[in-house]
Design a protein. Structure first.
Length: 265
């Protein structure tokens, strides 16, 4: 075997994508990971398609320069507009968070009534609905943008009454349509999973895209034992961001459930 090493590089518009890092750490313990959070240019959810694509290319170049040979787009907004461009431009495996969540939701929705929440960028792109209907043309897909949830998570307002009230209001239209599954189509929403579950109802299955993509990547390595043997496994996670504040470090620590050191680039 050559000295070629497989290393997973993950990027997001900010620190929310650390939910995917956490899911990968749980699913693929020991894999070396390198993360880039574009905290200086966040949020992506309200930016144009062209801008998000440009940022996604730059982020991928950064990760490849640092040794990444597999790319994971943890950001739903970037996944929805930049995946094809990255696949064409960089000839390495590129994973995004949307397809795995769609596949998981379809498996768990026997009546094909699926709810989706995300940023305006993701919801307006219509990607979840398109991918679900490509597989199940008669599916009923109900999507709602929840733009206030990202800032609430970044403020650490996980259990505040204001957050509970806003979640309830956003989820009301999906609840009355009796969705069976609810896709959390944004990096930050897994951190509000408990309140989301409470407000949408106990019977609705929550689909966490960070868990879905980690599951898909783990199956990819099982299917490609040659690549699996070349994985760099020292249990390192290098975390880079384009801007640092105390609040970013605090939220990053909450997501990874440990004290983290962010490196500014
Ligand atoms: N990372 C983004 C996403 O998953 C949420 C934050 C943002 O708008 O940049 O869509």
């Amino acid at each position: 075997m050559s000295s070629y090493l497989i290393m997973i590089g993950i990027f997001d518009s900010g620190i929310g994508g650390l939910t995917t890092v956490r899911a990968l750490m749980d699913t693929l313990p020991g894999h070396d990971l390198i993360y880039f959070g574009d905290t200086a240019r966040t949020p992506y959810g309200s930016k144009s398609r062209e801008t998000v694509i440009r940022y996604a290319i730059e982020n991928t170049e950064f990760l490849i320069e640092r040794g990444a040979t597999v790319i994971v787009i943890a950001c739903n907004t970037a996944s929805s507009v930049a995946t094809e461009v990255l696949m064409e431009k960089f000839h390495i495996p590129v994973f995004e968070v949307i397809t795995p969540a769609v596949e998981m939701a379809i498996r768990q929705s026997p009546r094909h009534r699926i709810g989706v929440i995300g940023t305006r960028g993701t919801v307006n792109s219509g990607i979840y609905e398109r991918l679900i209907k490509a597989q199940i043309p008669g599916a009923s897909v109900f999507s709602t943008p929840c733009p206030l949830l990202v800032p609430l998570v970044e403020e650490g307002w996980f259990h505040r009454p204001e957050t509970r009230m806003i979640v309830k209001k956003y989820l009301h239209p999906l609840k009355v349509r009796q969705v069976e599954t609810l896709i959390l189509g944004c990096t930050h929403y897994p951190l509000l999973k408990a309140v989301i579950q409470e407000k949408i109802g106990r019977r609705v299955r929550i689909i966490d895209s960070s868990v879905a993509v980690a599951d898909k990547i783990s199956r990819f390595f099982i299917d490609h034992p040659d690549l699996d043997r070349a994985v760099s496994r020292n249990g390192n996670a290098d975390l880079f961001v384009s801007d640092i504040t105390d609040q970013f470090e605090k939220t990053a620590g909450t997501i990874l459930k440990r004290k983290v050191v962010l490196n500014r680039v």
